[in-house]
Design a protein around this ligand. Structure first.
Ligand SMILES: Nc1ncnc2c1ncn2[C@@H]1O[C@H](COP(=O)(O)OP(=O)(O)OP(=O)(O)O)[C@@H](O)[C@H]1O
Ligand SMILES: [Mg+2]
Length: 186
């Protein structure tokens, strides 16, 4: 059994292996029901946050279950993984709040932490944020990061047609008013 030099490295290796396992299993299936994917995401993220001594507040509602294509499933799985990783490794948060809603085929997703992140416009972007942007775009959606109140970061993801074959959007459109402030370019 591999023994890492530090607990952080061990956590990283464990989750990378877990990631590979989930994706390999998932990519072999031709279709994933949204309700099933939601249950898996909740269990997976709950486990990761518990291991990092963080609390997950989870709420996901939908008007109708629908089948996700493999691209949609793997895209959303990896987007969530990366955003949760950033909350664990960068935010020093105690709590992550994930709120999802699917209505008429449109998905709105919030991932909020109560950490020390500030001014997302000034972040230097690594592979993680670039990958999130790329995957959201491939699903025909939009994403932005903003400061949470009173502290932390909220990432907002909108995918308009989860019930149709995704057509990548060349430029992100404005996010709806539900997201509070006027949409900015990101
Ligand atoms: N939730 C967050 N709270 C605080 N800072 C954040 C948060 N998410 C991202 N950041 C900042 O944005 C930077 C870029 O994140 P990104 O995910 O692109 O790269 P990374 O996590 O450093 O490396 P990787 O390529 O392995 O993901 C981070 O280094 C961090 O400074
Ligand atoms: Mg990252």
């Amino acid at each position: 059994m591999y023994k890492a030099q530090t607990p952080e490295l061990e956590d990283y290796v464990r989750h990378t292996l877990q990631d590979l396992k989930t994706l390999t299993r998932g990519l072999a299936a031709s279709e994933h029901m949204l309700s099933h994917a939601i249950a898996e995401w909740k269990a997976d993220i709950g486990q990761r946050l518990a291991a990092a001594q963080m609390t997950l507040v989870w709420s996901f509602t939908m008007d109708d279950d629908l089948p996700l294509t493999v691209t949609q499933w793997s895209g959303l799985t990896r987007i969530l993984r990366e955003l949760v990783s950033n909350a664990i490794y960068h935010a020093k948060a105690t709590r992550v709040h994930i709120d999802g809603n699917v209505q008429g085929g449109r998905l709105l997703l919030w991932i909020a932490d109560d950490g020390e992140g500030r001014e997302p416009a000034k972040w230097s972007h690594g592979l993680g944020l670039g990958g999130v942007r790329k995957r959201v775009r491939a699903l025909g959606g939009a994403v932005r990061w903003r400061e949470n109140s009173p502290r932390g970061i909220i990432c907002e993801v909108q995918i308009n047609h989860l019930d149709q074959t995704p057509s990548p959007s060349p430029t992100p459109g404005p996010l709806p008013s539900r997201f509070g402030e006027p949409a900015t370019r990101w």
